[in-house]
Write a protein that binds this ligand. Structure first.
Ligand code: GDP
Length: 197
């Protein structure tokens, strides 16, 4: 799969607006501001693919990107947890995502993007539990690694690995940075394996 060839396909605000549930799909989730858009842009070497989310609200849709291999897609799930978001919107988010995650048969794995300085928030934990329960392969991108000294980043990674050591779903735990490009190749290889398995 060539990730450089990713193209925007469609935005969906509900399940019945998603592309046909065939082929293979990998979804990206994360707390807002974790660095999910930047990670997607870096993986696809397309600075404009996923709009980085300075403004809350516009990332409420599920965005689908097609890849060169037929019926392979990357999916940008709405970022979770804007400070200003209302209770209603949170419910809305959970409904959307719940439907997508529970019903999407072509889903091959979940990439959970977290800020290496603030790993395993309640949201992250919830997503990990969900993957474990549903036996969905999980990849964690611990991003913004460039914000820490290497030793500190290593320690953070060990901390995450330790906390998740009993989870079968965790297949890849990658130290990542959109700024330094650390981990990008490793991430592409893992995504490629999931899509072509
Ligand atoms: P999203 O809300 O999860 O999509 O987060 P964004 O990708 O929009 O990133 C949130 C903020 O973190 C932006 O200001 C980005 O420039 C910054 N950011 C994202 N990834 C990195 C990274 O790897 N290193 C650094 N230093 N900053 C990053």
């Amino acid at each position: 799969v060539s990730f450089n060839s990713a193209r925007f396909l469609i935005s969906a605000s509900r399940l019945n607006e998603c592309p046909p549930d065939s082929g293979a799909e990998i979804a990206f989730a994360g707390r807002s501001n974790a660095g999910k858009s930047s990670a997607l842009n870096t993986i696809t070497a397309n600075g404009k693919l996923a709009r980085t989310s300075k403004t809350p609200g516009r990332t409420r849709l599920i965005n689908f990107f097609s890849l060169n291999r037929e019926d392979c897609r990357l999916v940008d799930l709405p970022g979770y947890g804007y400070a200003k978001v209302s209770r209603d919107m949170k419910d809305d988010w959970q409904q959307h995502l719940g439907h997508y995650l529970n019903d999407r048969r072509c889903l091959r794995g979940l990439v959970l993007v977290m800020d290496i300085r603030h790993p395993l928030t309640d949201f992250d934990q919830m997503m990990v539990e969900w993957c474990e329960h549903n036996r969905l392969p999980l990849m964690i991108l611990a991003t913004k690694a460039d914000k820490l000294k290497f030793g500190q980043a290593k320690t953070a990674m060990l901390g995450i690995a330790k906390k998740l050591e009993n989870y079968q779903c965790l297949e890849h735990l990658i130290m990542f940075s959109a700024t330094s490009k650390r981990g990008v190749e490793e991430c592409r290889e893992a995504l490629n394996d999931w899509l072509t398995a």
